[in-house]
Write a protein that binds this ligand. Sequence first.
Ligand code: HPA
Length: 297
Amino acid sequence: MEQMHTIPEEHYHVAADHVRARLSVAPAVGLVLGSGLGPLVDEIEGAQAIPFGEIPGWPSATVQGHAGRLVGGTLEGCPVLVMQGRIHYYEGYSLAQVTLPVRVMRLLGIDTLILTNAAGGLNQGFSVGDIMVIEDHIYPAGFSGMNPLHGPNMGSFGPRFPVHTHTYSPQLRALAHRVAAGQGLTLREGVYVSLSGPTFETPAEVRLFRAWGGDAVGMSTASEALVAYHAGMRVLGFSSITNISLDSTTAQQEVSHEDVLRAGKQIVPRLAALLRGVLRELPPFDPGEIENAPEHD
Ligand code: HPA
């Protein structure tokens, strides 16, 4: 696969035009489904599926458990565009390619992005099967200069120096808690540590991330959230806790991708109900909520 570190602005438009022409409903909400969460698309009404491979410039999903389709339709009357499967950095793509779908969604008029993932629980109060709404993230790749916004800024999407104090919408997080309470669902909240993968973290890293204030750890999401918030979208994120991260080299058990997929499947009905509830009560988008605005010449 060809790695593209900078994607010409034109390419985003070509991909967006292709997708727009194949959808009968203009989507307002984007939804990215993490490992094992693909079956959530069965909930979509009037589903129109577009395989990633048919969209010009769109990276293909190579990981088991990620179908690799874009599915348009409605959920609770809300026009949605769902990524059934996501693109990860560890597959060999650049961060620009990993986050291309987010910018394409933006060009399609989507102003609200809901990101889901499978994650290991760092917080010792968490159990396998828990759902965590993401309060904020830690992005260690960014510490060493890896950032999806590296390179010339595309001012039509957002500013050169985006601020990220409220990356995950406080209003939507509060809504998620209200909906969960109404459903009798325990909803955790916490900080997601976003690694590049594909290696799972070591026990020493688990202890480090805990000391940093991390509650869950995974291999996605932060780069997408950074690009979405840069582009003026409001973001809501959920981690499904599919395993508890091991913090000792004397631990006897191991985590595996198969365990992650299995646990993800069990979380789907609860996460689907939560997402439906959030979409049912989704407040109108207010651009004033977002700290970043496009640059104008
Ligand atoms: N670590 C990283 N990514 C993951 C994990 C984990 O423990 N579980 C699911 N995705």
